[in-house]
Design a protein around this ligand. Structure first.
Ligand code: FEO
Length: 169
């Protein structure tokens, strides 16, 4: 594999694990507020990010590349309002989309179509992630100001269940 593409994928493992840690911190924030549904949503989001990291880890190994695990940064976002994690999550997903696009472009440049195909799943996934994070903001804008509606929203989010990624390697 092209060494630049391999290095970018290796870095992305770390970014996905950081994403997991960031979402766990969001769950942590909502758990402390007593909003167990919001906490559940982000706990599952954290699991999905670990899955993303593992897909890249497995892909590199399947292609004979070595993997280096670097330190995972401390989540550094400060949350004050119930909306803060939601806007931070949306901005973070937009950032991750940019990272995926960069790896995609690097793979295309060296005609590494296997990696391009592997990344197609992530391109689609980012579309879903951005829609979800944007919807969360809309819901909070609509219902966050009313205690009963917030209770209902929290109950809805408590119903989210984890499912393993659809991508098979
Ligand atoms: Fe791994 Fe939320 O993107």
């Amino acid at each position: 594999m092209d060494q630049k593409v391999s290095a970018l994928l290796n870095e992305q493992i770390n970014k996905e694990l950081y994403s997991a840690y960031l979402y766990l911190d969001m769950a942590n924030f909502y758990d402390a507020k007593g909003l167990d549904g919001f906490a559940n949503w982000y706990e599952i989001q954290a699991k999905e990010e670990q899955d993303h990291a593992m897909l890249m880890y497995r892909y590199l190994h399947n292609n004979g590349e070595s993997v280096t695990l670097e330190a995972i940064a401390k989540p550094d976002k400060e949350f004050k309002t119930l909306m803060d994690p939601l806007t931070a999550a949306h901005a973070h997903e937009q950032y991750v989309t940019g990272l995926i696009n960069t790896i995609y472009a690097a793979a295309q440049e060296v005609h590494d179509y296997r990696t391009v195909q592997f990344l197609d799943w992530f391109v689609k996934e980012q579309g879903e992630e951005e829609k979800n994070s944007s919807d969360m903001i809309t819901k909070m804008e609509l219902f966050g100001g009313d205690a009963k509606a917030l209770y209902m929203l929290n109950s809805e989010l408590a119903g989210r269940v984890y499912s393993a990624p659809s991508l098979q390697l």
